[in-house]
Design a protein around this ligand. Structure first.
Ligand SMILES: O=c1ccn([C@H]2C[C@H](O)[C@@H](COP(=O)(O)OP(=O)(O)OP(=O)(O)O)O2)c(=O)[nH]1
Ligand SMILES: [Mg+2]
Length: 151
């Protein structure tokens, strides 16, 4: 499979030193995002914060970017994205920000140019919502939320 797209990116003023999002291995799904905090941002347990990345992007319509946590930060420090996956719309031109929360037991300091999350691009199909009086029948019907049991 060889889907490929061009996505424009720029650094916002004052962030010339911020690393551009980067894949850390050849076939990685995500581009790691770097914190553009001007001074250390400390999250105490339970605290959330919108962390700047210093970058903005423009992708073609039909794509979205998802902002996802890094598992290492989540496992070691309880740092995750509160709204995971965050949604970056194709028509958004503002700074990409990462909504982090500290679910750990210790304060955590976010430093400038540390990798805080990752950005995964996805294709979004065009969908027309068509209003109808009755939906098609299925075996599952309205069963959900554990309806099929645990084994
Ligand atoms: O983790 C995130 C989530 C969103 N955004 C930006 C890009 C996105 O296109 C925009 C709106 O996000 P969303 O639709 O999730 O938020 P909303 O609460 O519905 O705001 P809006 O009314 O602006 O759509 O905010 C980020 O920078 N980081
Ligand atoms: Mg929205």
């Amino acid at each position: 499979m060889n889907l490929s797209f061009e996505v424009q990116i720029n650094r916002l003023a004052g962030n010339e030193d911020i690393e551009l999002p980067r894949k850390m291995s050849e076939l990685a799904s995500g581009f790691d995002l770097y914190a553009a905090v001007t001074e250390d941002m400390v999250l105490v347990p339970g605290q959330r914060a919108l962390v700047p990345t210093g970058i903005a992007i423009a992708m073609p319509g039909g794509l979205e970017a998802q902002i996802r946590p890094r598992s290492g930060l989540a496992f070691k420090h309880g740092i995750t994205c509160l709204n995971t996956p965050g949604t970056i719309d194709a028509d958004y031109r503002g700074e990409i920000k990462v909504l982090l929360i500290n679910l750990g037991q210790e304060p955590f300091a976010i430093k400038r140019n540390e990798r805080i999350a990752q950005m995964v691009f996805q294709v979004v199909p065009e969908v027309d919502l068509v209003q109808v009086d009755k939906l098609s029948d299925t075996v599952r019907g309205a069963g959900g939320f554990g309806h099929t049991g645990t084994k």
